[in-house]
Unconditional design. Structure first.
Length: 124
């Protein structure tokens, strides 16, 4: 892993701990960073348990998992990006701040493939 990727893992944990402290959500927090070819930040996405998006719904249906309609962090970051995304960094933490497995689901992998994203890094 490059230092840039490590930086995003640490930044993701810090952001999620701050956001988690302000919410009553009992689910693990997930954040995704969309990066360009040079590792510059293009967009940030969070999991939403109340919002959806037509692209999320389309990918969910296409992947055969129509119940995953609520906006995932990976797809949120892809949607918000205004340029070609080269890499995606996905971070998931427990309430205690420990890294957890953040491997994208099949719905998100479909969106990642459609977007032509070359590299996906996720916490474990």
């Amino acid at each position: 892993m490059s230092q840039t990727i490590d930086h995003y893992f640490e930044a993701g944990r810090d952001i999620l701990l701050e956001v988690g402290a302000k919410t009553d959500n009992s689910r693990p927090n997930i954040i995704a960073f969309a990066l360009d070819r040079k590792g510059r930040l293009l967009a940030v996405g969070f999991n939403s348990y109340s919002k959806t998006h037509p692209y999320q719904k389309r990918c969910a249906r296409k992947a055969g998992d129509q119940y995953k309609q609520y906006l995932h962090a990976e797809i949120s970051a892809i949607i918000k990006s205004r340029q070609q995304v080269h890499s995606l960094v996905v971070v998931r933490i427990s309430k205690a701040g420990d890294f957890m497995l953040a491997k994208p689901c099949k719905v998100c992998y479909l969106a990642i493939e459609e977007a032509g994203i070359k590299n996906v890094y996720y916490s474990s």
